[in-house]
Ligand binder design. Structure first.
Ligand code: PHE
Length: 519
């Protein structure tokens, strides 16, 4: 059986106990002092100190006490053989102050790489000059350094092993300079860690600090000898802080989509999908949007160039034409213009998922119909912090014998309620395909900020009659990304699609709008 959770219980490893014991007795100390006095390994102390710090029992402070200087790989060689620039000028001095580069190479005193380095530094130091004689580069000695220079002294001083920078006194600047030459010397920081017990640690009882030998591995020997009865086993600390690992996970938006779909399915709706490339007929005409409606214009709708036309279903062409022109059998006067099949045949990227629900309704005109879709729509909009050109809508319809606006408001409220949003309100609005029409606004938590999330209404007879639908159709189309912005507390809608891993990882996979609100 499982033990009770250990959250509140203080679990200390024997090494942690010994470190704490030492600190509570003698006060703050460095890792090395603790190691010296307790006989514990310094690495183990460092680890224990880290754990103790995470349990708020000690404070660990690092202070840089000195810098350590030691020879690098090249430095070790040069300390033996001399710096390349030194060996170069020694050679020139020996042969009379001047040599052609090819002579130097042939002499084999320096490798090609050493010649390259030697020439650079000898020139920098003002020891040589390079001139040309025909095709040849000639090295001329200008000033021969008789005495050892500081660079060479430092190499000699370090030959015996690393030293602290402070102990090199006046040669410290030379060390800094040499550390910038690749491979010559390494300067590293030496720091000590001071561990100080906290108030909490000082108040711990003695029995907590008594280090009992603990067994962390159950071995066959322990079992067969029966010794397991006597020993104390270390406990697992289930709440030990560990490095976060990031396994595969769903994108927060995908998770939200799943929640939305689940909510509608639970409410008895069936999911449908429709094409992204849609006939203007379904996107606009079937919804009684006049052909000169501003939303159809190029700046709002993406029209396809190739292919640019499709074929609206023959059986619906005349009923829709008549409805637009004079109202047909719908009891309406229509828009009173000449409807163009040409215009209705154009292909567009659907601008709303209402195209998908009306398409479905045209083939399912007997009650009841309860369907929803969560899918992409496209708008030719300038993308900014609150607008996307490609986004998702949460769309649905309910058709049944005696449904009313009250039911519609109930469905929308119930839906948001299932996501944990209690505050939903409606404002009268206008859409060419619904009457009455309303806008949906929600407030997250008690933020006081209302966010407009979409539209809804009851399809007009001009929309339903041409498809033989005889009963009221409740319809809604809600924004997904705006909802996501509110849920995830984003200031910029583009964040949802930036694939910023740190943001994606920061959203808990157990996120729920509900958790906060259901209470
Ligand atoms: N299609 C509308 C939009 O894109 C929303 C809506 C759907 C309004 C259904 C009423 C009915 O904003």
């Amino acid at each position: 059986m499982y033990n009770e959770p250990l959250r509140e219980e203080l679990v200390l490893h024997p090494i942690e106990k010994r470190v704490l014991q030492f600190l509570t007795k003698f006060g703050p100390a460095s890792f090395s002092v603790i190691a010296e006095k307790t006989g514990l390994d310094e690495g183990a102390i460092a680890k224990a100190a880290q754990w103790l710090a995470s349990k708020n029992l000690v404070k660990v402070e690092e202070s840089i006490i000195d810098k350590k200087v030691e020879l690098g790989n090249e430095g070790k060689i040069y300390a033996e053989k001399g710096l390349p620039e030194r060996r170069l000028v020694d050679f020139l001095e020996r042969i009379g102050g001047e040599a052609e580069l090819s002579d130097l190479k042939e002499s084999n005193i320096l490798s090609d790489e050493e010649i390259r380095i030697g020439v650079i530094w000898a020139k920098k130091n003002g020891w040589i000059e390079i001139t040309r004689r025909g095709d040849e580069a000639v090295l001329e000695l200008r000033k021969y350094p008789k005495e050892r220079i500081d660079d060479e002294i430092v190499l000699q001083l370090l030959k015996g092993g690393g030293r602290s920078l402070a102990s090199l006194g006046p040669y410290a600047p030379t060390c800094e300079k040499l550390s910038r030459r690749p491979g010559l010397i390494k300067v590293s920081q030496e720091s000590i860690h001071i561990v100080t017990p906290t108030e909490k640690a000082l108040k711990l009882g003695d029995e907590l600090l008594t280090a009992v030998e603990e067994v962390s591995q159950l071995t066959p020997e322990l079992i067969s000898s029966g010794k397991w009865r006597e020993v104390t086993f270390s406990r697992y600390n289930l709440f030990a802080p560990v490095k976060a690992t990031f396994a595969a996970r769903l994108h927060p938006l995908t998770m939200l989509i799943d929640m939305v779909k689940e909510a509608f399915v639970e409410m008895g709706f069936e999911e449908i999908r429709g094409p992204l490339v849609e006939l203007a007929f379904w996107n606009f005409d079937a919804l009684f949007q006049p052909q000169d409606h501003p939303a159809r214009e190029m700046h709002d709708t993406f029209y396809l160039a190739n292919p640019d036309r499709g074929e609206p279903p023959a059986k619906f062409i005349e009923p829709v034409r008549k409805t637009h022109e004079d109202g047909g059998e719908t009891g309406s006067k229509g828009w009173g213009y000449k409807w163009s099949l040409e215009e209705a045949s154009k292909l567009v990227l659907r601008t709303h998922t209402t195209a998908t629900t009306i398409r479905y309704l045209s083939e399912h005109n007997e009650p009841p119909v309860r369907v929803f879709t969560v899918d992409r729509v496209y708008r030719n909009e300038k993308v900014d912090w609150k607008h996307l050109a490609e986004l998702h809508q949460i769309e649905g319809i309910l058709m049944d014998k005696s449904v009313t606006l009250r039911h519609l408001m109930g469905i929308i409220k119930e839906f948001y309620m299932r996501l944990g949003i209690r505050n939903v309100r409606f404002r009268p609005s206008y859409f060419p395909y619904t009457e009455p029409s309303a806008e949906v606004e929600v407030m997250l938590g008690e933020s006081g900020r209302w966010t407009e999330l979409g539209g809804m209404g009851i399809f007009r007879p001009e929309v339903t009659r041409p498809f033989g639908v005889k009963y009221p159709v409740l319809a809604w189309g809600l924004g997904l990304e705006r909802l996501a912005m509110a849920v995830f507390n984003l200031n910029d809608i583009r964040e949802l699609y930036r694939n910023d891993l740190s943001w994606i990882r920061s959203v808990p996979i157990t996120f729920s709008i509900l958790k906060k609100e259901r209470g």
